[in-house]
Design a protein around this ligand. Structure first.
Ligand SMILES: CC(C)(COP(=O)(O)OP(=O)(O)OC[C@H]1O[C@@H](n2cnc3c(N)ncnc32)[C@H](O)[C@@H]1OP(=O)(O)O)[C@@H](O)C(=O)NCCC(=O)NCCS
Length: 314
């Protein structure tokens, strides 16, 4: 199976171990898929591919191995409904082998939409929040297209948070449930103005006690290249990124396991991981900073910070 899927044996064993014979979930009816994809903000070019590669019962491009992986990946993610940890839905597939390979985890996501909507309903969450949250699928597919597929390995895991009810988009920011912290994520959706951030934080302050009354959140936290204080050397004091940084109490620097901040800056500032520094655009202050810093042999930092959920009143 692993050989036919072109992935390591351990990855297949992991899916087998985690999903076992737990229940899967059916895909939405193909006839309803175009409307659903539009609600999930999937752009026409991506939607056309997803429709063309649809796992119809008779489709020859869906080999038994791919069908097994799709079914077990849905079961694996579904088994952790309500979870909020990082979760890979399965192995990284060779996506250049065809549409089934390219979008297997998108079909899994589509199957889980009904499941997670049910979870949202149980928590009294409005449909508008559900769809604003789940529409990160379309945004990620569009970014991955710009990145020529380089973004997907991270996205396929990131999107399982949405499919499990682990993350919510409230205005400008996304919030990942944790034990006592709400993790902030910043989607690419326009400028990060202080006003938009404040409005979103206020939304979150009301949303979580209302919809997750059994959970007790005390702090907002964030782990990001956006919190690297070295950015202060390059960006004006009134830039949105600097003002975002100023909200946080920074934790002491620790090289995070498995994250290379230089790569993350390339990912989020240039949407490429492999373009040589000399060929990267220098249109914005941040782009010039990112390249000049690396060319000088220096490195970016992935930093963590936090601040209390309830504003401190003096
Ligand atoms: C976070 C984000 C919204 C901030 O953008 P912003 O509100 O414009 O930020 P600032 O006001 O601080 O921008 C300062 C300068 O950097 C530029 N800049 C900011 N983010 C940029 C980006 N991702 N790519 C290229 N240039 C960027 C701005 O254009 C501006 O330069 P200019 O004055 O020459 O035009 C933006 O970087 C973004 O969309 N990033 C992608 C998502 C992300 O990084 N999330 C965090 C993941 S851990």
């Amino acid at each position: 199976m692993a050989a036919r899927l072109g992935v390591p044996v351990e990855d297949v064993e992991r899916v087998h171990r985690l999903a076992g014979d737990l229940p899967s979930a059916p895909l939405p009816a193909k006839a309803h898929a175009p409307v659903l994809l539009a609600r999930l903000a999937v752009r026409p070019d991506d939607a056309a591919e997803i429709m063309a590669g649809w796992p119809d019962p008779g489709s020859a491009s869906w080999t038994p191995e791919l069908r097994w992986l799709l079914d077990r990946s849905i079961a694996l993610v579904r088994a952790d409904l309500g979870g909020h940890g990082w979760l890979a839905p399965g192995p990284e597939l060779p996506r250049d082998r065809g549409l089934a390979w390219r979008h297997l985890y998108v079909y899994a996501y589509l199957a889980l939409v009904e499941v997670v909507l049910g979870y949202h309903r149980e928590h009294g969450i409005a449909e508008a929040v559900s769809y604003a949250t789940l529409a990160d699928l379309g945004r990620n597919l569009a970014v991955d297209r710009r990145m020529r597929g380089e973004g997907w390995p991270v996205m396929q895991s990131w999107l399982t948070l949405h499919a499990r009810g682990g993350v919510y988009e409230l205005g400008r920011l996304q919030y990942q449930r944790g034990d006592t912290t709400l993790g902030l994520h910043v989607p690419e959706s326009g400028p990060l103005t202080p006003r938009a951030v404040e409005a979103s934080l206020d939304e979150a302050r009301a949303f979580f006690p209302r919809h997750f009354p059994d959970e007790r959140y005390t702090t907002f936290s964030c782990g990001s290249w956006l919190l690297d204080p070295q950015l202060l050397d390059y960006l004006p004091e009134d830039s949105n990124i600097v003002r975002f940084q100023q909200r946080f109490e920074l934790e002491p620097y620790e090289q995070p396991e498995g994250i290379d901040a230089d790569v993350e800056v390339l990912r989020f500032v240039f949407r490429t991981l492999t373009t040589p520094l000399d060929q990267l655009p220098r249109r914005t202050a941040l782009q010039r900073a990112a390249v000049d810093h690396l060319k000088a042999g220096r490195h970016w930092q992935w930093r963590r910070g936090h601040f209390p959920i309830q504003p401190v009143r003096h």
